[in-house]
Design a protein around this ligand. Structure first.
Ligand code: MN
Length: 215
């Protein structure tokens, strides 16, 4: 499932994780979600949900909104490895070049038809599988910024375009995007990281050159 992910990247050049070949299936832990803010050619938020050993991924150009009337376009992209959830850094020139911060993270659980969270691991993964096929599923997010029930709906069968919509609950608000644009891991913003960018690129190049000599 990570073939597309690896095909797009050169792991000698990029600090992004290459991901493990085989993920040992942990059946008892809560499923993870992460939202990364990514200053690529166009700034966007990458919304990722753990399912079946990978992170299902959507690029959300405008980012999530707490306003239930906002339907945020979410373009499905290639599956990412689970360890991508902790990735923060600068992707050098090439695919996805730009700064990435972990804007939010936490656990999530898909819901049944009555919007109750399904915590059981294998039942949850089954629900997501069904939801991907049907083009609609809802889930509870338990992050630092994003909380409550959210829904993903596909615009057309077999297409990559989905909508990310806040469900009406106590976390919904007319103030669509009240959050700070900082990392929940380090507190740094994309701008902070950008200033570090040149420093990082230089040290990475040195390291790569040294590694090449050793081969
Ligand atoms: Mn991205």
């Amino acid at each position: 499932m990570l073939k597309k992910y690896r095909g797009k990247r050169d792991f000698i050049k990029t600090p992004e994780p290459s991901g493990k070949e085989k993920v040992s299936k942990r059946k008892s832990h809560a499923l993870t979600f992460v939202v990364q803010e990514h200053a690529a050619t166009r700034l966007h938020f990458d919304f990722r949900l753990e399912a079946n050993g990978v992170l299902l991924s959507w690029a959300v150009p405008k980012g999530p909104s707490l306003n239930t009337k906002d339907k945020r376009l979410a373009i499905m992209t290639e599956d990412h490895p689970l360890d991508y959830a902790g990735f923060e850094g600068i992707i050098p020139s090439g695919y996805g070049a730009g700064e990435v911060i972990v804007w939010d993270h936490g656990t999530y659980a898909p819901t049944d038809s009555k919007y109750s969270a399904i915590e059981d691991h294998s039942q949850a993964e089954q629900l997501i599988k069904k939801g991907l096929k049907a083009g609609k599923f809802s889930f509870h997010l338990n992050g630092k910024k994003l909380k409550g029930i959210w829904t993903l709906v596909r615009l057309k069968q077999k297409e990559k375009d989905w909508l990310l919509i806040k469900h009406q609950d106590k976390y919904a608000s007319d103030n669509g995007h009240p959050w700070e644009d900082d990392s929940v891991l380090t507190g740094q913003t994309l701008e902070d990281l950008g200033a570090e960018g040149k420093k990082w690129a230089t040290s990475k190049n040195k390291k790569t050159t040294k590694e090449n000599f050793q081969k």
